[in-house]
Design a protein around this ligand. Structure first.
Ligand SMILES: Cc1ncc(COP(=O)(O)O)c(C=O)c1O
Length: 376
């Protein structure tokens, strides 16, 4: 089977996890602090707060901005549902903005229109608390344009950079553009800690609040326990963090391999009716996934194509989710097909191809040959 993804886990990763477990110090020790330092230095930010997963990171980011019942958070349509779920879980309402069909990222023009509409009346303007663009499949959204629009109204941007550690827009890293950036270390990302997440920020007050919120509301700056707010237990364990530090040392190597493999797919797809991903000139993606678009006329057969490829030993999947059309959001807010036409098209026709560091060129050729046969 040519798998969709295989994490790059090697002997030194296993060794550091074994060593950490053997110390008996499993939580709240030096390993988490070391991991945070490694991520902060790589991304180029003042603070990193390691948490249990990226969903927790997104949830805490909204809470740190005091997002609460009745508020509005502007968010892309096309993502893993966690991105919009956390908005609902704060009691706020997502305001969805359609994507660009070529990059799969939030469309800055649609964002500008949406904000102009919301900010035109005092009643909605006071409720808009944040904007969450997603760096879809490891390619950054156009944060130069998005932060410019957000700054016009003074609305904070939280980057959902779950898939995008190491990605850049105009030479500037994901997680440094918004007031906070949220990362995932789930096994489908370039590097992993099993489950895991992190929040990046340059803001001292937010960092302090995030540290308290992830740890039962405990003041992070006093030696005597002081509970200064209600908080969660969203902590990362020591052995996950040790694993993460070991993985961080391989990040550049893994990104280089993923880019090479993506470019090989690009060449194999030249003049093919199946379309490869589009990369704007300013963008340096890390290819968390290599997502193609099937020709429109065969999209009704996509589920069958994925099934047939599996029988032939190739694991593929859809891209990600059309959040407004998932059962919860569709039922709660009455969204329909046609409300977000670009997301409709991408959601029904995307096909993710196998991509991981050790994938061979011959295997990529086999993947493409089988896809062509099955599509015929
Ligand atoms: C864009 C995006 N945001 C958030 C998440 C949630 O991340 P986690 O699984 O670490 O909670 C994911 C997970 O894949 C994701 O792709």
């Amino acid at each position: 089977m040519i798998r969709l993804t295989i994490p790059s886990i090697e002997e030194d990763d296993l060794q550091i996890v074994r060593e950490t477990l053997a110390t008996g110090f499993l939580v709240q020790g030096v390993r988490v602090a070391e991991f945070e330092k490694a991520v902060a230095s790589y991304v180029g930010v003042k603070h990193v707060i390691a948490v249990s997963n990226c969903t927790a990171a997104l949830h805490l980011s909204l809470l740190a901005l005091d997002v609460c019942a009745g508020d509005l958070v502007v968010v892309t349509t096309y993502s893993w549902p966690a991105t919009a779920n956390v908005i609902e879980l704060c009691g706020a309402q997502p305001v969805f903005v359609d994507i660009k069909p070529d990059t799969f990222n939030i469309d800055p023009d649609r964002l500008a229109e949406t904000l102009a509409r919301l900010m035109a009346t005092a009643e909605t303007a006071r409720r808009v608390k944040a904007i969450i663009p997603v760096h879809t499949f490891g390619q950054m959204a156009d944060l130069a344009a998005i932060t410019k629009i957000a700054d016009q109204y003074g609305i904070p941007v939280i980057e959902d950079a779950a898939c995008a550690l190491g990605a850049k827009w105009e030479e500037r890293q994901a997680g440094t553009w918004g007031v906070m950036g949220c990362f995932s270390f789930h096994p489908r990302k370039a590097i992993t800690t099993g489950e895991g997440g992190a929040i990046t920020t340059n803001n001292d007050q937010l960092a302090r609040k995030l540290r308290a919120l992830r740890n039962h509301g405990l003041d992070p700056d006093t030696s005597t326990p002081e509970f200064i707010m209600p908080g969660f237990n969203y902590r990362m364990t020591e052995f996950q963090a040790a694993f993460g530090s070991s993985q961080m040392m391989k990040l550049d190597r893994i990104i280089t391999a993923r880019r090479r493999l993506a470019h090989q797919y690009d060449s194999l797809l030249e003049n093919d009716p199946v379309l490869g991903p589009i990369v704007p000139l300013e963008s340096w993606p890390v290819y968390q996934s290599y997502v193609t678009l099937l020709p429109e006329e065969i999209t009704p057969r996509r589920a069958d194509i994925i099934r047939q490829l599996k029988v032939q030993g190739i694991e593929t999947s859809i891209g990600t989710w059309h959040m407004p059309l998932t059962t919860y959001f569709r039922t709660r807010y009455g969204y329909e097909v046609g409300d977000f036409p670009n997301t409709d098209r991408v959601f029904t026709s995307s096909l993710t191809l196998p991509l991981y560091e050790k994938l061979e060129y011959e295997e990529q050729c086999t993947v493409m040959d089988r896809i062509r046969e099955v599509i015929k």
